[in-house]
Design a protein around this ligand. Sequence first.
Ligand SMILES: Nc1ncnc2c1ncn2[C@@H]1O[C@H](COP(=O)(O)OP(=O)(O)OP(=O)(O)O)[C@@H](O)[C@H]1O
Ligand SMILES: Nc1ncnc2c1ncn2[C@@H]1O[C@H](COP(=O)(O)OP(=O)(O)OP(=O)(O)O)[C@@H](O)[C@H]1O
Ligand SMILES: [Mg+2]
Ligand SMILES: [Mg+2]
Lengths: 257, 257
Amino acid sequence: MQIIAVANQKGGCGKTTTAINLAGAFALMGYKVLLLDFDPQGHATLGLGYNPNELDLTVYDFMVGGNARLASIIQRTNIDNLHLLPANVLLAGLDLELRTAPGKELILGEQLRPIADWYDICLIDCPPTLGLLMLNALTASTNVIVPVQAHFYALDGLKRLLDTIQVIRTRFHPCLVRPMGLLLTFVEGRTLLSKRVEDGMRGLFGPLVFDTVIHKTITLAEAPSVGQAIQTYAPDSRGAAEYEALAKEALGRLQTP
Amino acid sequence: MQIIAVANQKGGCGKTTTAINLAGAFALMGYKVLLLDFDPQGHATLGLGYNPNELDLTVYDFMVGGNARLASIIQRTNIDNLHLLPANVLLAGLDLELRTAPGKELILGEQLRPIADWYDICLIDCPPTLGLLMLNALTASTNVIVPVQAHFYALDGLKRLLDTIQVIRTRFHPCLVRPMGLLLTFVEGRTLLSKRVEDGMRGLFGPLVFDTVIHKTITLAEAPSVGQAIQTYAPDSRGAAEYEALAKEALGRLQTP
Ligand SMILES: Nc1ncnc2c1ncn2[C@@H]1O[C@H](COP(=O)(O)OP(=O)(O)OP(=O)(O)O)[C@@H](O)[C@H]1O
Ligand SMILES: Nc1ncnc2c1ncn2[C@@H]1O[C@H](COP(=O)(O)OP(=O)(O)OP(=O)(O)O)[C@@H](O)[C@H]1O
Ligand SMILES: [Mg+2]
Ligand SMILES: [Mg+2]
């Protein structure tokens, strides 16, 4: 199972939108996909039409109780190949719960190993923090996609995130996590600012930046409000086309774990 | 001195843009204004044309060293009445430094008291976290402006922030902090989603929501990249007009400390 973390400690840069819609794109290509909501805010859960506060079982139970009950925690979606491992605010208690646990950054990876045959791809929607949840996601992953909002502060925190990935890779050897690519999001085609940011990013990071960029579109913002991935909400939209292009580009960059 | 915290633990909802441009609006009305950058990211500092990494003295020194050197820490701006107390990444170390200090949430307020006559208004740009820095800002403030991005997840974390303000007010009695208003940001005039979010916010919070809303405009996004407040960068723009309207509305809501 390829495990792809969608991560950036910066708030509001398009992690959840990317996690949901990239998962949707992979699923419609025929892959068995698990979208793992790893954010106590539960936005990926909300964005696929579930109310986090009404769920008895969530990824929190998966983390503390082992995967015996995974079949009862997982939720279906209106895309057959796409399953959701939902989250709610209980997940915020994990930090405290695991404070003194040995190897507390390794628990998610440990829980995912026994179910490695259930899915082809697991996408992890990360919270906007560089804390214990993010570290669990990074140690468990083989690849990291970093959404970067195309505005003036685009570079903020990027070096720190890339350094963190490197530290994880070295300290938790043998660990395969590496940045798969930087994804420019909220790109506005006609503004000079957007173009300058994109040129700057490609100048600094070269091929690490995906060729695909995600433009700011109304349908991408509306889809979560009706609890659907862009592929079912607006299949002919620009957003759907761009996440399909990203899926193809990502498949070409996967490393075999 | 009126102390107004611009706060929301959500990332990217317009805190820095509001802090800078509301400060600019007040200054051009004739008030003596201190813009206090309280975010280790240093965005308010960057947005007014300074490079945080090149500054010897910042708000960190103000916090740990007392205000004796405030005159040498403060930076001028190209608006006469607007001074900047800059920040850089050193501020992130404050959490650790003050970990065992008694009353560690009260230090900013303590440092600001002796200079209460230097300025009419102090605006505090808060970081996107509900940690020690934010708590210092809240205990020091008389008013809190909460920028809220007009999108699907607008309500996220809002209750928690308002509850926190209430807890601070009670536990640190006599403490005057209270929410002055919720400011809708990134409003897009022609989208149904934006309208639905605004109606929803006004339905839930009534008069707590400012009448003024800030529309998404290119000039507001460009101003920090040339290190200027909107008032000097694009004085005739919609963004400048909206922050001037907000300044007037805020003045009407100030409580006398
Ligand atoms: N390309 C886009 N065009 C328009 N709206 C978008 C786009 N991408 C994301 N959005 C909207 O912007 C908001 C923030 O996006 P999103 O939730 O994906 O960011 P995030 O990085 O997951 O945020 P957080 O840090 O809170 O987890 C959401 O309301 C989302 O619907
Ligand atoms: N009304 C607006 N129209 C267009 N762009 C805007 C607007 N308000 C803010 N922006 C831009 O959006 C980005 C995020 O805004 P800002 O930095 O003010 O948010 P913030 O809440 O301070 O973020 P952080 O949580 O990182 O401190 C910035 O690049 C800013 O220039
Ligand atoms: Mg998210
Ligand atoms: Mg900011």
